[in-house]
Design a protein around this ligand. Structure first.
Ligand code: G6P
Length: 618
């Protein structure tokens, strides 16, 4: 199937936005759009319309159908409106935090998808100017900024553009204003935004699914674009200099189901391809909270990193990072083993950083219940605002990955590791254990990660698919790595095993001589995770050991390492990064391998058998 987007376009949607202006009544169309956006699982929703010179806003936490029954969203009057389904990134799901957000005078309503990095600073400025900010969201600064610019004499369009120029972070924004009741202003940066062109109406949305029922004529805005959308036309221009730009109208011939996956055949592949942008948003983790976590971790005598499944593998990577970057020893621990293994030895001087995408995994919460009774300090890293983990944690950080539908974790793993790396760096700065130069270098390498993953997604898929074709009938697979790459090997094993049902084992390669090597015979596939780190020589020795026994050698290594390439039957060349960040880059080909193996074997990669996305039983 033709993919709809190139990697460079990388649509990444956290919240869902839809807007309508035209001859019809907006609300029923918006509510149908919201229903279409809900397939990803959201926590709150809202609609704003303008009718008879009044801005009407209805919103709350809950599912669209429930809210519609309660608030009669689809009966709101008006020919213009914007609506939103929310996946919380700042502030728990609640009425006050739901979008649309309004200004003090209730003249402007705004919906937003993305993460604003500088909202705390903007919020402070606005409070100093006596604005009444009521929610905990990053978005609410936007209508107040627009209000402020309008107070200074600007029209709605000019005020909107000036507001957007002040924003740092990612956004797809839509705003309406009482003063111009036939105009929707929109802008985008690193979050998708589409204009749906209709006959006698125009729409905007973050996702084609919200438009497809009304029109198949779509204009895909680029980063840095803004648009003024009216019933009878629209203009697109650049935010930076106001220059008008032409964006072609494309005819989209997709079913709703295909549109939900943005042209990818499965959610898992879509989520793998979202990683450059989900990683960008992971780098936008609120600095204050990362600092707070670092301070609390620094106070512990004993530190545990606790998780289940993929999140445990992220903990493993985290423990290498904490040691190498921050010089803090930590125990990575599988949540269900925590009480039996360490329960007798924890107390008030113990700090536990629990990593859980959902924030609801029963094994994790059970371990934390025990730890709380022993007065341990609980910290959290999660993708889900308002989850139980956020409630039981003394402090938590959000990974900002957006909803993940594929049962197998992909983008949430790479983001967890990236956030753990940021925590390690903050800890390191606090403790001053490595040189300023090393810290700066590490920080610089962190910022390059999204681009490198983009490169992997441009270059690796075809080669990984070829590799999958050679492995599809393998009875089993051995995966080896050393140092930091042990976590990559473990996560690679989990992905391949849970999706292809091929039994896999993963070992630190130094251990292979103590057992796993006995299973090697002619043509047994062994994947070496071999980034260009201090273990290169040992990796080569392990490869030779396996080669001597007839194994089929597959290497994930540096794209420029010709010697390593010459030793392998299959070589997947990957870009260079800081060795401690290699799990983020080197896990991606495993995700792709697992995906292609599942598809080749006729299994559904989105729903592996016997597994659930969130396991809430012990
Ligand atoms: C389940 C999922 C895994 C996930 C694990 C932990 O087993 O199938 O993909 O890694 O739970 O989930 P959490 O939400 O705690 O990260």
């Amino acid at each position: 199937m033709k993919r709809l987007y190139k990697v460079a376009e990388l649509p990444f949607i956290m919240c869902g936005i839809v807007g309508y202006v035209g001859a019809g009544t907006a609300a029923p169309i918006l509510v149908r759009g919201l229903k279409r956006l809900e397939y990803r699982g959201y926590d709150s929703a809202g609609v704003a319309t303008i009718a008879e010179n009044v801005l009407l806003v209805e919103k709350d936490a809950g599912k669209v159908d429930e809210l519609n029954a309660k608030l009669s969203l689809d009966r709101m009057p008006g020919n213009i409106g914007i609506a939103h389904t929310r996946w919380a990134t700042h502030g728990a799901p609640s009425k006050v935090n739901a979008h649309p957000h309004t200004d003090c005078t209730r003249t402007v309503a705004v919906v937003h998808n993305g993460v604003l990095e500088n909202f705390l600073q903007l919020r402070k400025e606005l409070i100093d100017l006596n604005h009444n900010i009521v929610s905990k969201t990053d978005t609410e600064v936007v209508p107040h900024l627009i209000e402020d610019f309008m107070k200074r004499g600007m029209g709605f369009e000019e005020a909107f553009v000036n507001t957007v120029r002040r924003l740092e972070g990612s956004y797809a924004l839509a705003a309406i204003c009482l003063r111009e009741p036939d105009l929707i202003m929109v802008a985008r940066k690193e979050a998708p935004l589409i204009i749906g062109v209709g006959d006698g109406f125009n729409m905007i949305a973050s996702d084609m699914t919200a438009l497809i029922e009304m029109t198949n004529q779509m204009v895909f805005l680029h980063d840095g674009d803004a648009a003024a959308v009216r019933a009878n036309g629209y203009k697109v221009f650049r935010v930076a200099d106001g220059q008008i730009v032409e964006r072609p109208v494309k005819t989209v011939a997709l079913t709703v189901e295909m549109a939900e996956k943005q042209g990818h055949p499965h959610f898992m592949l879509k989520e793998i391809f979202e990683q450059p942008n989900s990683l960008r948003d992971a780098l936008r983790t609120q600095r204050e909270y990362v600092d707070l976590l670092a301070e609390l971790l620094d106070k512990g005598r004993v530190v545990f990193l606790l998780g289940a499944g993929t999140s445990y593998n992220a903990c493993l990577a985290g423990s290498y990072l904490f040691s190498a970057v921050a010089r803090i020893p930590s125990y990575p621990v599988i949540a269900s083993e925590f009480v039996a293994n360490y329960g007798g030895a924890v107390g008030a001087d113990t700090v536990i950083l629990a990593v859980s995408q959902s924030g609801e995994t029963a094994d994790v919460l059970n371990a934390l219940d025990f730890a709380r009774m022993r007065a341990c300090t609980i910290l959290g890293l999660t993708n889900t605002v308002g989850s139980t983990l956020t409630r039981v944690s003394r402090a938590y950080v959000l990974q900002n990955s957006g909803p993940e539908i594929g049962v197998a974790a992909t983008k949430t793993f790479t983001s967890q590791v990236l956030v753990l790396a940021q925590i390690a760096l903050r800890l390191s700065r606090l403790r001053g254990k490595i040189s300023q130069f090393e810290m700066d270098e590490f920080g610089h390498e962190l910022s390059k990660i999204p681009k490198l993953v983009e490169e992997v997604l441009l270059t690796a898929p075809a080669k990984v698919k070829e590799l999958a074709e050679t492995l599809v009938n393998s009875p089993f697979l051995l995966i080896l790595g050393r140092g930091m790459s042990v976590s990559t090997a473990y996560e690679g094993r989990l992905k391949v095993m849970e999706l292809s049902y091929i039994p896999c084992i993963a070992y630190p390669s130094g251990e292979s001589k103590h057992g796993p090597i006995s299973v090697i015979e002619e043509k047994i596939p062994v994947i070496f995770v071999a980034p260009p780190d201090e273990f290169r020589k040992q990796n080569i020795s392990s490869i030779m050991e396996m080669k001597a026994r007839g194994a089929k050698i597959i290497v994930f290594g540096d794209k420029e390492d010709e010697e390593l390439r010459s030793l392998a039957d299959h070589y997947i060349g990957l870009p260079k990064t800081h060795p401690l960040l290699s799990p983020i880059i080197y896990t991606v080909p495993f995700q792709l391998l697992a995906y292609y193996l599942a598809v080749l074997k006729g299994y559904d990669p989105d729903k592996p058998r016997n597994l659930a996305k969130s396991v809430t039983v012990l």
